[in-house]
Design a protein around this ligand. Structure first.
Ligand code: PRX
Length: 622
């Protein structure tokens, strides 16, 4: 396969930014980032009042568009309803059975307003936290926007996390209200979300109300604190004036895993996030408001926040919301949807592509995928082989295939392959405007092209995380690990054209199907099993998920290894965290390799797993 692909004239001719413009604007954006972002913010969004200062950087704190007032929902909804997109579809929801429901921009605004008024009737005010534990339905987007409309801070928890993981997030964010649904479906099986929320909130006085979306008019018994979503929303006025938010008022908290301790609540604020997600959606996907766009992520993760909800709505696009698994009830479900809805821009994960590729060619070929123009991937490295399959079999060699590297913390795309630029399979691409990305050693010294090192960003960008909820110290670590720069926690290599290849995490974070899990988190979940004395987990490579967990367990005396125990340990992780973190493999060992001071040497386990040299063992205890 060639190591470089050039976009067709058709793609280049309609791209928002040409290659020459990229080079010029990128230089401009680094030379004078404030002038660059000032112009973007003024021309792309509507503000209630302008800012006095574009960037106030007092290391390690930074503020963007200081003093500016806006509401993200005004830009995502009112602006379109006041313009030509009023009756245009904002979302088309497709459930597992293929049943379709849609909502126009005007209808969405009305539903958001009613929901915002309903939240107010429950006592939710600006700054209060609302936790969502919902399926991928239009109401999930409605609730997120309703929070933003009144300045409440949403914290979406992926509805696949366990009751314990949900409780941890509700407690940490001190949420006043939790919103859920009676069920979601996964592979035809109904999952009782309300039951999970019930267990997660048991005895929590901070939670005043639980709002339950009762789907399909099912009978649903409501307990103390529980209210019916439709009942409470239907009573409300369809008018709700958006609260003028300060640029730096928090918009949401989203929990993600780090290498140590409990998940951290990444805080994003209103102004910089609005500007950056709008602009990256427009430029990176080359999204026009007549496009049909489909990002397959769930709003339970950052990709769903930025590129299902806020970015595409800000542009005024029509997006698909598809509930359920990629290959259920049939392996060509996604290709059928692309053909039926004439999807132009399709953004997904390498895991999904690996899964669908494995089902085989015969599921792709019957479908007319000619509407596609831009394909994108996110969340994990994509191998050249998988890139090639996606490009040839789905894009038919005609579409542009862009990779996008970014993180929960970055809020938006950081390293990308813009549609009009040459694409290098397996290489994330070049930094977006204003992003001064570099590859350095542990001291922060810039490495030469071709050398592997730590990926850092030298200056704050508009949608950078502002803090970690209740944990400023953890925030500061991002900017102090290598003093003065943002350390991403990834290993990377820069080539002589300035393209950056992401190798993987440099820390103790495992990436399973594009979802982060800290080794410490997984180990502490396994450690709660009464038979476990000690445990160490490492990542092993996995054909579909990219990485999976392999756990080495030392049992307490009196317990002996068995398949039943192995399954119990797996179930323990499911109940502490969620299914996605369940170890692929559990091996019982008599001891773990440790240093003389008692620290587990995971690198020895990793080297053994990959068949590499275990390196210096002089500090090993035994
Ligand atoms: O290791 C990188 C990997 O995912 C991490 C961020 O995970 P999360 O915060 O959950 O956000 C995922 C979606 C934005 C990164 O530190 N990662 C993300 N995108 C890529 C990637 N690795 C390689 N290539 C990518 N395109």
């Amino acid at each position: 396969m060639p190591d470089i692909f050039f976009p067709s004239d058709a793609i280049k001719n309609q791209a928002h930014i040409t290659e020459d413009e990229y080079n010029r604007l990128y230089a401009e954006s680094l030379g004078d980032p404030e002038a660059f972002w000032d112009r973007v913010a003024r021309t792309e969004l509507e503000w209630f009042s302008p800012w006095e200062m574009v960037l106030d950087w007092q290391y390690p704190q930074y503020k963007w568009f200081v003093g500016g007032k806006l509401n993200i929902t005004h830009n995502c909804l009112d602006r379109h309803v006041n313009g030509i997109n009023k009756y245009k579809k904002a979302f088309i929801h497709i459930d597992e059975e293929g049943v379709e429901t849609s909502v126009t921009y005007m209808e969405l605004l009305e539903r958001v307003n009613r929901c915002a008024n309903a939240l107010r009737s429950l006592g939710v005010a600006k700054g209060d936290r609302v936790v969502l534990y919902m399926p991928l339905v239009i109401e999930q987007v409605v609730v997120m926007l309703a929070c933003a409309r009144i300045g409440a801070v949403h914290s979406v928890v992926f509805a696949g996390l366990s009751d314990k993981a949900l409780r941890e997030r509700i407690v940490d964010s001190e949420a006043k209200v939790v919103i859920t649904a009676n069920w979601t479906k996964r592979r035809g099986k109904k999952i009782d979300l309300k039951g999970v929320v019930g267990r997660a909130t048991e005895g929590l006085d901070t939670v005043q109300s639980i709002v339950v979306l009762v789907r399909d008019g099912d009978a649903c018994e409501l307990h103390t604190k529980e209210v019916n979503f439709d009942d409470i929303v239907a009573k409300q006025s369809a008018v709700c004036v958006p609260v003028p938010m300060d640029s730096e008022d928090p918009l949401f908290v989203l929990y993600t895993s780090g290498s140590t301790g409990k998940p951290k609540g990444i805080v994003h604020t209103t102004g910089g996030y609005s500007v950056y997600t709008h602009y990256t959606t427009k430029i990176v996907f080359d999204l026009k408001d007549n496009d049909t766009y489909w990002c397959t992520a769930d709003p339970g993760w950052i990709t769903g926040h930025s590129y299902v909800v806020y970015g595409p709505l800000s542009i005024g696009a029509t997006s698909l919301l598809v509930e359920g698994a990629p290959d259920y009830p049939k392996p060509d479900r996604w290709w059928e949807i692309i053909a039926k809805y004439h999807v132009n821009i399709f953004y997904t994960s390498p895991t999904a592509i690996r899964l669908l590729r494995k089902h085989g060619e015969q599921y792709v070929s019957p479908h007319d995928l000619s509407s596609l123009r831009v394909l994108g991937t996110v969340g994990e490295p994509i191998s050249e082989e998988v890139w090639g399959w996606f490009y040839e079999r789905i894009g038919k060699g005609r579409c542009v295939l862009i990779d996008t590297w970014w993180q929960t913390e970055t809020g938006g795309h950081m390293i990308v392959s813009l549609p009009s630029l040459p694409q290098k399979p397996g290489i994330a691409g070049r930094p977006f405007f204003g992003i001064e990305a570099d590859v350095v050693d542990v001291q922060g010294t810039r490495l030469r092209d071709g050398e592997k090192g730590l990926l850092v960003i030298r200056k704050p960008w508009p949608s950078a995380l502002r803090t970690c909820w209740n944990d400023e110290e953890r925030f500061e670590q991002y900017w102090s690990e290598i003093k003065g720069v943002y350390c991403a926690g990834d290993l990377a290599i820069r080539d002589s054209d300035g393209y950056i290849k992401i190798i993987g995490r440099s820390d103790d974070v495992i990436n399973i199907s594009g979802h982060r899990i800290g080794t410490a988190e997984a180990e502490s979940a396994i450690g709660t099993h009464p038979a476990v004395a000690e445990v160490a987990v490492i990542a092993k490579s996995h054909e579909i998920k990219g990485q999976a967990i392999k756990a080495f367990v030392v049992l307490k005396s009196g317990h002996s290894e068995s398949d039943q125990l192995r399954n119990e340990i797996k179930l323990q992780v499911k109940s502490e965290i969620g299914s996605y973190a369940v170890p692929e493999e559990v091996v019982f060992v008599p001891t773990l390799p440790k240093t003389r001071s008692g620290k587990i040497m995971r690198r020895v386990l990793r080297a053994q797993e990959s068949g590499e040299d275990v390196g210096d063992l002089s500090t090993i205890e035994d």
